[in-house]
Ligand binder design. Structure first.
Ligand SMILES: *Cc1c(COP(=O)(O)O)cnc(C)c1O
Length: 366
């Protein structure tokens, strides 16, 4: 086979490692039922209103969608309480992250400030765009190191990125802490808050700076339909950005990244308050149950504002992970996040949660 040359920074790229799929585990261990609690997907599945909307619009799939999804932008603006010119809808919030790196960073010159043990996308994007990746260390409890991030930012810092609620710890920064950070950053530096899990933070007014969006000049919030709205497979997310930045990004992006069915599905998901509220209720109940039970089983557990819980089991995490797989339960070991002793488990249905705890108990007592 022929070798083709690519830019040197891409030669030794560490790929994004997704969670295992149910089919892979069924095949590997000859299991009929497999429970997946590894990718923070919605335990209730896809809303019935969304399924109807997709079916209803299936015959329109031969049409191009409207560029920038203006109907969805309008609905999101209403839900989020911001003006429409702040919103940029993308192919998952991953697309907005990718665009921010490419449009805000100057290759070979800019840097991006992040912290250890965070979402792999940021490091990948920094590498791909040739930006310096400044990774701020965290203490043993993995608190979000916001003060140290502010100190690390300089006149070449394109963005400071905070995931809140954080993946994989579940910890969240308060509005007050984020406001302080936004206020001390250099003039041209954005504070990017990845709010992929913000719907699960309680009470919401303590955590999302978006409620006071007009008071910030440098805030970008990233949100997604993949988690609380159950549309991970359709790929829709959005950014809430300073309007001037949103306009520049609209001009420069490739057209039609959000497909027609995804837009209809996201519109239906915003309409379905029953499904959304059931999701929140299930998640909040489930994370409390996990926190209590995992503590009872002798695990160290991080307090979660998200739809998953991170824990450190009293036995090696890889051993526990593999034993759970054999019993048909997929969780996420966190070696790829640099947290090799920890596991992340997302809230499932009540039945799935109970099964997980029971099997884990067997493994830890075995
Ligand atoms: C899931 C997730 C996202 C969003 O993913 P998309 O499916 O691309 O919208 C973004 N950031 C973090 C930290 C996540 O966990």
């Amino acid at each position: 086979m022929r070798d083709f040359s690519v830019r040197p920074e891409i030669q030794d790229f560490a790929p994004y490692v997704p969670g295992l799929t149910i089919e892979q585990i069924q095949e590997r261990y000859g299991l009929n039922t497999v429970i997946k609690l590894a990718s923070n997907e919605n335990p209730l599945g896809t809303s019935p209103l969304v399924q109807k909307a997709i079916a209803k619009n299936a015959a329109r799939a031969f049409r191009y969608p409207e560029n920038h999804s203006p109907r969805l932008v309008k609905a999101i603006a209403q839900t989020a309480g911001v003006s429409e010119d702040c919103i940029l809808v993308g192919n998952g919030s991953d697309e907005i992250i990718d665009m921010l790196f490419r449009m805000k960073g100057i290759p070979g010159k800019s840097n991006v400030v992040c912290y250890e043990n965070s979402f792999a996308m940021y490091r990948m994007c920094a590498k791909l765009t040739d930006l310096e990746y400044r990774e701020i260390p965290r203490d043993d409890d993995l608190e979000l190191p916001l003060a140290a991030m502010a100190e690390a930012a300089d006149e070449n810092t394109a963005m400071v990125i905070v995931t809140s609620p954080d993946n994989p710890t579940g910890l969240a920064a308060t509005v007050d802490d984020l406001s302080v950070l936004a206020g001390v950053l250099p003039k041209d530096c954005l504070l990017v808050v990845d709010e992929a899990y913000i719907e699960f933070a309680w009470p919401p007014e303590s955590y999302s700076p978006v409620q006071a969006f007009d008071l910030f000049e440098n805030l970008v919030a990233l949100r997604t339909f993949s988690k609380a709205y159950g549309l991970a497979g359709l790929r829709v997310g959005y950014g809430i950005l300073p309007p001037k930045l949103a306009a520049l990004m609209k001009n420069a992006r490739i057209p039609f990244t959000v497909n027609l069915l995804a837009e209809e599905a996201a519109l239906a998901a915003l309409e379905d308050e029953v499904f959304f509220n059931e999701t929140l209720q299930l998640v909040m109940h489930g994370r409390e149950y996990f926190t209590e039970e995992l503590t009872r089983l002798g695990c160290k557990v991080w307090p979660s504002q998200s739809n998953f819980v991170m824990f450190e089991p009293p036995k090696p995490a890889q051993t526990v992970f593999k034993a759970l797989l054999k019993k048909g339960i997929i969780v996420r070991p966190l070696g790829s996040f640099g947290l090799g002793t920890c596991i992340r488990v997302n809230v499932g249905t009540n039945a799935e949660n109970t099964t997980f705890i029971k099997k884990l108990e067997d493994i830890l007592n075995g």
